[in-house]
Design a binder for this molecule. Structure first.
Ligand SMILES: C[S@@+](CC[C@H](N)C(=O)[O-])C[C@H]1O[C@@H](n2cnc3c(N)ncnc32)[C@H](O)[C@@H]1O
Length: 446
């Protein structure tokens, strides 16, 4: 039997189970419209294999099942009371959702089996978040994404006019959760925790709900007075502050222009490809899973693996392994020999545009079917564009370049120092050509 550790225990925490389930459901609904768009933007698409880790009574799974098409859904939950509640939710529906009892630390699920994993308001309750991230990430398929949605109680619910007693309330809440081994301010730490767990950060954002958009009622249902009352009972909050808070809250609501807002933090990460140099790469065995499914063992890997030797090759290798859903691809291997198909090629084409800011015609992808060849083509292309930019003064050309100053490889970024950029790019292309001919020489010797 799994022992429940950390700072969320539904049996002790909520005097009335049904009320706590309603609160958890309302908390999912409060953010759903924003969250759905955000998760989609970060890769959640119809037909994926999805895990909700720490699914509670299963409201998010229900929304996934009803609003996205053809997902294969699994819920993992440590608490048997909530496992039952979740199973009951789906018992009388047509939705096929697998609910497992288990912990994020010891999920007992097959590694490399999910395209997308969501962990919502769970990481703040565990005692070792880095170990949990490693363990849960080991369940991702190569190229899959993990989305951590977390609170940070210094950036919790705020109102206008201000309810000043919310400050001591959150302080009391944080103290009590920390005593149980959780971190109620974990939202701000997500990128650091990802790195410590050996994951690659793909995004870090806030999602925000506002009473003017979603209505006051959504906030009443998702907040409630259960937790403040519990804090008074356990001695973390004094009765007077609690009563003042209720009075201030009611006063705030009488203001015709009142506002209630609440943010959550969302971090998106993925496993590194084999060639990426990230320490602490999750070990699937750490998750208590013994039957590791290595894609090489399934023949999906690349038997003639030669690692990347330039920045462009490295980036292309990441895109290829993501498009082909394998852990790594060698730079000399032919896309089509490895089982690449036209759908994967389309995915690759759009990924190359996103990553390099260059639209590469399909014909070019057919013409240069290895990472090595395509990297030379891209480096030359970027070098000549930067050269033109230096001579003519750069203007983003929508037909060939996506102007995105945030991408450090994009021509628009380099064009701020056109002469420097050109020199760097030209020497890089030369280095690349040299590396390629050296490699060919080495290959002939073997
Ligand atoms: C605040 S609730 C959030 C539930 C749900 N994710 C949601 O957004 O409504 C936290 C959930 O995490 C579960 N949980 C806590 N620690 C866990 C662990 N180590 N492994 C799996 N689930 C855990 C709790 O039992 C609870 O269902």
């Amino acid at each position: 039997m799994t022992t429940i550790t950390g700072s969320y225990h539904v049996a002790e925490f909520a005097a009335n189970l049904q009320a706590e389930i309603r609160r958890l459901d309302a908390q999912v609904d409060l953010f759903w419209q924003t969250e759905k768009r955000l998760l989609r933007r970060h890769g959640l698409t119809d037909g994926m294999t999805v895990l909700d880790c720490g699914c509670g009574p299963g409201r998010l799974l229900e929304l996934f099942a009803t609003e996205l098409q053809g997902l294969s859904l699994t819920g993992l939950e440590i608490d048997p009371i909530l496992v039952d509640a979740c199973r009951q939710r789906f018992a009388s529906t047509d939705h096929q959702v697998a609910i497992h009892q288990g912990s994020a630390e010891q999920p007992g699920l097959d590694p490399f089996s999910f395209d997308f994993i969501v962990m919502r308001l769970v990481l703040e309750h565990v005692t070792d978040p880095v170990a949990v991230l490693k363990s849960v990430a080991s369940l991702l398929k190569p190229g899959g994404r993990i989305a951590i949605i977390a609170n940070d109680f210094e950036f919790h619910l705020r109102t206008s006019p201000s309810v000043t007693e919310l400050e001591p309330l959150y302080e009391a809440y944080c103290l009590s959760r920390r005593q149980d081994g959780g971190d109620p301010c974990i939202g701000r730490r997500l990128p650091v925790l990802f790195t410590k767990a050996g994951l690659v950060i793909e995004g870090y954002e806030m999602e925000v709900s506002h009473s003017k958009i979603i209505g006051d009622n959504a906030f009443f249902q998702s907040e409630g007075v259960g937790i403040p009352a519990e804090l008074v009972e356990s001695g973390f909050l004094d009765q007077q502050t609690f009563e003042n808070m209720i009075r201030s809250w009611k006063r705030m609501l009488k203001d015709p222009d009142h506002s209630i807002m609440r943010p959550l933090f969302v971090g998106i990460a993925r496993l590194p490809s084999d060639a990426e140099d990230v320490s602490g790469i999750p070990d699937p065995k750490a998750a208590g899973n013994q039957n590791v499914i290595a894609d090489h063992a399934e023949g999906r890997g690349d038997p003639n693996y030669v690692g990347p030797s330039s920045d462009t090759e490295q980036k292309l290798a990441n895109l290829w392994s993501s498009a082909m859903k394998v852990s790594r691809v060698g730079v000399q291997s032919n896309f089509f020999d490895l089982g690449g198909d036209s759908l994967m090629l389309e995915q690759l084409q759009s990924d190359v545009t996103d990553r390099f800011g260059i639209q590469v015609p399909m014909a070019v992808l057919f013409q240069y079917p290895t990472i090595e060849q395509l990297a030379v083509h891209l480096d030359n292309n970027m070098a000549s564009s930067a050269g033109n930019a230096a001579r003519n003064g750069y203007r983003a050309d929508p037909a060939t370049h996506i102007a995105d100053a945030s991408k450090k490889n994009s021509v628009s970024d380099r064009s701020r120092h056109p002469l420097n950029g050109t020199a760097q790019l030209q020497s890089k292309a030369e280095r690349h050509r040299e590396a390629l001919s050296n490699k060919k020489r080495r290959a002939k010797r073997v």
